[in-house]
Design a protein around this ligand. Sequence first.
Ligand code: GAL
Length: 675
Amino acid sequence: MRADRPDRRIHFGGDYYPEQWPEEVWAEDTRLMKEAGVTMVTAGVFAWAKVEPRPGEYDFGWFDRVLDNLSQAGLRVCLATMTASPPPWLTRLHPEILPETADGRRKWPGGRQHYCPSSPVYREYATRLVERLATRYAQHPALEVWHVGNEYGCHIRQCFCDESAADFRRWLRERYGTVEALNEAWSTAFWSQQYGSFDEVLPPRLAPTFANPSQQLDYWRFSDDALRQCYLAELAVLRRVTPGVPVTTNLMPHHKPVDAFEWARHQDVMSLDFYQDPYDPDTHQGAALSFDVMRSARGGQPWLLLEQAPSAVNWRPRNSPKPPGAMRLWSWQAIAQGADAIMFFQWRQSLGGAEKFHSAMVPHGGTGTRIFREVSELGRELASVPEIAGTRSHAGAALLTDWNSWWALELDSRPSTALDQTQINRAHHRALFEAGVACDVLPPWGELSGYRLVIVPNLYLLGEDDARRLEEYVEGGGHLVVSFFSGIVDGCDRVHPGGYPAPLRQLLGLRVEEFWPLDEGASVSVQGAGPLGAVPGSGVTGDLWSESIETEGAETVAVFGDGELAGGPAVTRHSYGSGAAWYIGTRLEPAALRGLLDHVREEADVRPVLPGLPARVQATVREDDEHRFLFLLNHGDGEAVVRLPEPMRDRLGPDGSGPVSTVTLPPRGVAVLER
Ligand code: GAL
């Protein structure tokens, strides 16, 4: 990771909380870490109260010994800035840093992350600590990467206190300049909301009815920015004191309060915490989408899986352990999708506190346990293929998503409140994933020229500039698929004038006259020859949404088969320039969406990584000038046989075995093959 240390390896380890244990245990920790193949640990995440027991009084002695102990064992440290959970003295001294909910209730200390992101007091105490920390450990040989905060926005997504209100007004002044511009942007002529000055503006606190949607949208933006300002304040200190050390912060998967694309611009390496749910048979598909976001957010650069559970978590209503092989499979899935580190929460299972029933690499039962055995086995395996680190993947397809649009889409007072951005994204991504197609995930302003297929699941909010770029993309020969309720509003949640979806009408060759969302549990039949006919059975269904579409140059590929819109277009295709733009006016059942996207893919010549893969087997490629790795992952319950396009070396197979042409994967089996 550090440019001045060009060692190539997949890092392996976990969150390490030595402060929860007597010092006698620390030597055993490092011994066991070596035994398990650990190369790096994350340290200090919740150590604030212990390193600064009283305001301005520091006790780093114990932490020096922790780092020295790790470094003597040859271990690297992902060093946390320790600011994720303010110590009790701070909130006693400054109760005003505590966050408030939209209905004015205070969130008290006693858990963690109990600070208002806009609080200057919190930021001051936090950066003061970071300054001390960075200065003290700048030259420490263990320091590999900085870990700022922890899961920003995990517990406090938005704060509505007076401090936040003041910060919001400052943010609005900067964004709009004048109160007239704000009034215009927020459409305050409606419901007598016109502001005479910025001083009158409040956060969208609990109101008698729908709060102004543009105000709500801006509050999502502002809150994301307030969290990011906390990160940036710490980053500025780290850049100044330890300029050569890379910086990251662990994001949560597809996490609404934190715009991963924006945050990516301020990190040296992306990192993600992902907790696969063993009770969800499709957990790996949700993970696949999040992993693709991580890889794409910094242009294909490898990322770090900074937290996952060795087995069970403690925070779902019912917490299943990971069955044998699942932890290995899901770890390899992250690597296959671009990760260069596999880390866990946490190293040693706590005896007390809220997470004592969360699994750890060293469980309550010690090292003679399945978990420790599986962890150590994985550590050995990862060490055997260090050349994977740094390799990259290439995708022919891209899926577009945008946090701004997500925030706007899910506000109240819409045609339907059942639209869920995560579900819609997942459905489209899944159709590519199941077809074995590599996919990047980009914001609408991302570079599209390298892709032959671009999918827009549901971009309700779309600026004219980005719409024009989609137009140029298709004109230049690109293939585009746009799903319903896209291109409806501008950046202020104001409807684009000129009929829906105005900025995309010419490109799609159609006009949507009325939205016709479907009632809960209702569905509509969709009939079409050609692309949809490829789906087994004749008619297919859509649910959630329908709309009355009038074509203006597009050809109708499928029509609604019943209901008020019977006979009207449901799926269309428009040849535009040298490319084609498809439109889907309902939520197609999964097999039909898959059939349609398969068809468009063929037109666009976007092929799966490996043709003829058995169901539930994932294949990805990572490569560089010297190596080309093919990863095969069996997410299914049965054995799967995969024929390789050419004989390849099985890098996880027995030493000295020759090239193979066929791979037999047991359930949860993994193979890493090299050409
Ligand atoms: C994460 C968090 C960790 C730990 C973990 C448990 O959200 O960053 O500190 O709480 O969850 O799964």
